[in-house]
Design a protein around this ligand. Structure first.
Ligand code: SAM
Ligand code: TMP
Ligand code: ZN
Length: 408
C-alpha cells in the first residue's frame, strides 16, 4: 500500500506516487570539516484524490530552510534579472498606475523584482524571512520586512500600509505548506479589485520532462490550474488568468482575485481542458512518471560509473537545490563527481548537502577544463552554454538528465 497523508489544502487523502528516501535540507551547504549532524527527512510526493493538489507528505520546519544563511540569490542569473525587470515594468504599466498604489512581494529574496519598482518610486514592501538575502534587499534601498508571510503578517502590513493593489510571489507560494493562512492573509490585504499574481513550476512540465529534481523540501506544492482553482475557491478567491512561462524549466503565472470582481480569461478554460485531456494526476500518469524517474537514476549512475571506470573526470555545474534530490536519490558522491562549480559566493567553499561534494568557484572549472560536466542548473542552460563556450570548444561534454540522460 502506498503511503498516504491528509491534504494540506482540502483535508482529502493524499496518496504517494514516488518515494525518494531520506534527503538532507536542499539548501543546507556544509562548511568543510563540519561535524554537526545533518538533518534528514523523507522526501515522498503524492496527489490528493479530492482536489488533485500534488504535494509532499512530510514537511521540513520552515526555520530549517529559510534562515540567516539561506544561500539562494535570485540575481545570480542575468536571464532571471531580465525576467523580473519585465514583470515589474508590466505591473508599473497596468495595476500600479494610481498615485498611491502599493505592491507587496512575498519572498522578494535579494530584491531582484522590487528594485525596478523602488526605482520608479512606487510604494512597495518585500516580505522575506531569510536574513542573508533580506539584508541585500534593504541595502539596495528597497523596503523589506524580515518575516514569514502568513495571516498575522498580512494583518500587520494592512494596519501599517493599507491595502495592496498587487500581491506578487515568484517561486515562493509553492514553498509554503500553511497555505490556508497565506490565502486568508492575501484576501484581507488585497484591495477590493487587487490581484494576487504568483508563478511557480508547473506540474505538467515536470511530468512531461521527467524533471524529478524539481521535487525537494522547499517545493512543497506542485501546482496545476485545476488544483490552484480549487485552492483559491476555498478562500474566497478566484483563478482568472494563467500564463505559461519558459523560465525555470516551465512555470505558470496564476492570477487570483476576490470572487466575482474580474472576468476569467479564455486561457484558464484552455489550460484546464488540456490538463484534463492529459489526465495529469491520474494514477497511471503518476506511476509512469515514477517509472521514468527510476530509469533516469539507473541511466545516470550507470553513465557516471562507466566514466569513472574509464578514468574520466566528471564535475557538476550549478549547486542547485534541485541537485540535492539527484545526488542523494542516485547515491552520487565525490567518488563520481569531483566538484560542483557555482557562481554563488555563499555556496563556494562548502560541501553539497548529504552528498558532500565540494562547491568551487567558476574559475576553477575554467582553469581545470574537465572532460564532462553534469548540468545541474539545466533550467539556465541557454545562459550557461553562452558563458561556457570555451568548455565545449575544448572538447568538454555536457551530461544532462532532463528529459532523460544524454551526453552532448
Ligand atoms: N522570488 C525569488 C525568485 O523567484 O527568484 C526568490 C525565490 S526563493 C526560491 C524562495 C524565497 O521565499 C526565499 O527567499 C525564502 O526565504 C522565501 N520564503 C519562504 N517562505 C516564505 C514566507 N512564508 N513568506 C515570504 N517569503 C518566504
Ligand atoms: P536555480 O536553478 O535554483 O536558479 O539555481 C541555479 C544555481 O546555479 C545557483 O546556485 C547559481 C548557479 N549558477 C551558476 O553557477 N552559473 C550561472 O551562470 C547561473 C545562471 C547559475
Ligand atoms: Zn486536497
Amino acid at each position: 500500500m502506498p503511503e498516504s497523508a491528509v491534504c494540506r489544502i482540502c483535508g482529502g487523502e493524499v496518496t504517494a506516487f514516488m518515494d525518494f528516501g531520506e534527503q538532507p535540507v536542499s539548501d543546507c551547504f556544509l562548511p568543510p570539516g563540519s561535524t554537526a549532524p545533518e538533518h534528514f527527512y523523507r522526501l515522498v510526493v503524492g496527489a490528493c484524490s479530492a482536489c488533485t493538489m500534488v504535494q509532499l507528505l512530510h514537511e521540513v520546519a520552515r526555520a530549517r530552510m529559510f534562515h540567516e544563511d539561506y544561500p539562494y540569490h535570485s540575481s545570480g542569473s542575468a536571464h532571471m534579472r531580465e525576467h523580473f525587470r519585465r514583470v515589474a515594468e508590466h505591473f508599473l504599466a497596468t495595476e500600479l498606475t494610481a498615485d498611491d498604489a502599493f505592491i507587496v512581494e512575498l519572498g522578494c529574496n535579494d530584491g531582484v523584482m522590487l528594485r525596478t519598482i523602488a526605482e520608479a518610486g512606487v510604494r512597495h514592501l518585500g516580505v522575506e524571512p531569510s536574513g542573508s538575502v533580506a539584508d541585500i534587499t534593504a541595502a539596495r534601498g528597497i523596503r523589506v520586512r524580515k518575516d514569514f508571510f502568513e495571516e498575522a503578517t498580512a494583518r500587520s502590513i494592512l494596519a501599517e500600509d493599507g491595502r495592496a493593489a498587487v500581491i506578487y510571489a515568484a517561486n515562493t507560494l509553492c514553498h509554503i505548506p500553511y497555505m490556508g493562512s497565506v490565502l486568508d492573509g492575501v484576501r484581507e490585504l488585497l484591495a477590493p479589485d487587487g490581484v494576487f499574481v504568483f508563478e511557480d513550476p508547473y506540474f505538467a512540465d515536470i511530468v512531461r520532462q521527467t524533471s524529478f529534481d524539481q521535487i525537494y523540501d522547499e517545493h512543497f506544492y506542485y501546482f496545476t490550474a485545476r488544483s490552484v482553482a480549487a485552492m483559491a475557491r476555498g478562500h474566497g478567491l478566484e483563478l482568472v488568468d494563467v500564463e505559461r512561462l519558459p523560465v525555470h524549466g516551465g512555470e505558470v503565472r496564476y492570477t487570483l482575485v476576490r470572487e466575482g470582481v474580474r472576468e476569467r480569461s479564455a486561457a484558464v478554460g484552455d489550460l484546464l481542458a488540456a490538463e484534463e485531456a492529459a489526465e495529469l494526476t491520474a494514477r497511471p500518469t503518476l506511476e509512469a512518471f515514477a517509472d521514468r524517474v527510476r530509469t533516469a537514476r539507473a541511466d545516470l549512475t550507470g553513465l557516471l560509473r562507466d566514466l569513472r571506470a574509464r578514468g574520466e573526470e566528471v564535475v557538476g555545474y550549478g549547486a542547485t537545490a534541485k541537485s540535492a534530490t539527484v545526488l542523494n536519490y542516485c547515491g552520487i558522491g565525490p567518488d563520481l563527481i569531483a566538484y560542483v562549480t557555482d557562481s554563488t559566493p555563499a555556496k563556494q567553499g562548502r560541501l553539497t548537502p548529504g552528498s558532500h561534494i565540494p562547491v568551487v568557484p567558476p574559475q576553477r572549472f575554467a582553469d581545470a577544463r574537465p572532460r564532462y560536466a553534469v548540468l545541474f542548473a539545466w533550467n539556465h542552460a541557454e545562459e550557461i552554454m553562452a558563458k561556457e563556450e570555451a568548455f565545449r570548444a575544448a572538447g568538454g561534454r555536457w551530461i544532462r538528465y532532463v528529459p532523460g540522460v544524454r551526453v552532448d
